[in-house]
Design a protein around this ligand. Structure first.
Ligand SMILES: [Zn+2]
Ligand SMILES: [Zn+2]
Length: 289
């Protein structure tokens, strides 16, 4: 049958040729860093390799997706052989960076069987170039060499893993901070954000992965109103870190809450300590009642 013949000749390489842009964009949005995507020849089958373009394939973390059996992808995150200076940056990561990186790993579904070689999945650290994380993603609905399966593995496993690495590598001190006000040129923002590996992106990624796209106050998902243009949910820090009377460890899981842009503006009408989501919901109920 000609159809099956054509399907057979398709592989990860063909999918990658079509989806390279999409994969790179998802990773940029999730990690804040420019990503390079390439093909890798595995022992038996072709796979995909992903790394930070700024660091190159040899000087930083690399994530690899290989088909595994008939239904699964095996994912492996490891460090290139010349990652010394990246690893010394990572060893300087503070508590907040480490907490966010671990929370990003934990946000990957247990079904994906994430393991960190020789380390506890809750308290792992990147100590040297021997760091290796693996995952197994079984695709029951699509074959592993289809676009759907590859994009799902990227979105659900590679993006959080690479975002965690970006968080540990940290900010590039050479670049100017991102201005709070809107920049004059779109291109300027994206360039600065890429260089700084903006943490807000990773907080947002984690918050959406854990809590979804629905506003915690009005329960609206902007996608229901704006469709593809609806990725506008914002991330609110429940307690502004600068205002804590007694400093406590930052918990990215419980401290972040998704709010739609309107509700987000509304909670911040109270200053300096904003309304809690519950207070705002109560104000909205009272106005109706
Ligand atoms: Zn809302
Ligand atoms: Zn806020």
């Amino acid at each position: 049958m000609p159809t099956s013949k054509r399907l057979k000749s398709q592989g990860i390489g063909d999918v990658l040729a079509r989806q390279r842009e999409l994969i790179a964009r998802e990773l940029l949005e999730g990690t804040g860093a420019g990503i390079a995507v390439g093909l890798v020849a595995g022992e038996l089958r072709q796979g995909i390799r992903i790394w930070f373009s700024e660091l190159g394939e040899k000087h930083g973390p690399v994530a690899e997706i290989l088909p595994h059996g008939l239904k699964s992808h095996s994912v492996r995150l490891f460090f290139g052989s010349f990652s010394g200076s990246t690893l010394s940056k990572i060893r300087m990561a503070g508590e907040e960076e480490t907490a966010l990186a671990r929370a990003l790993f934990r946000s990957i579904s247990p079904d994906r069987k994430v393991e960190i070689r020789g380390q506890d999945p809750l308290s792992w650290l990147v100590l040297d170039g021997g760091f290796e994380a693996t995952a197994l993603y079984r695709h029951d609905r699509h074959k592993p060499d289809t676009e759907e399966a590859i994009v799902a593995t990227c979105r659900e496993v590679i993006v959080p893993m690479m975002a965690a690495m970006a968080e540990l590598i940290g900010y590039d001190p050479v670049n100017d901070p991102v201005p709070d006000t809107a920049p004059e040129f779109e291109g300027m923002l994206s360039r600065v954000v890429v260089n700084r590996r903006e943490r807000n992106l990773r907080n947002r990624l984690l918050c959406i992965r854990l809590h979804g796209h629905r506003c915690a106050v009005c329960r609206a998902d902007p996608h229901d109103v704006y469709g593809d243009a609806g990725s506008i949910i914002e991330v609110h820090h429940l307690e502004p870190l600068g205002l804590l009377s007694s400093p406590r460890p930052y918990d990215p899981v419980s401290d972040l809450v998704p709010l739609c842009p309107c509700c987000h503006r509304a909670v911040h009408t109270k200053r300096p300590v904003p309304h809690t989501p519950e207070e705002l919901a109560e104000i909205m109920r009272r106005k109706d009642g």
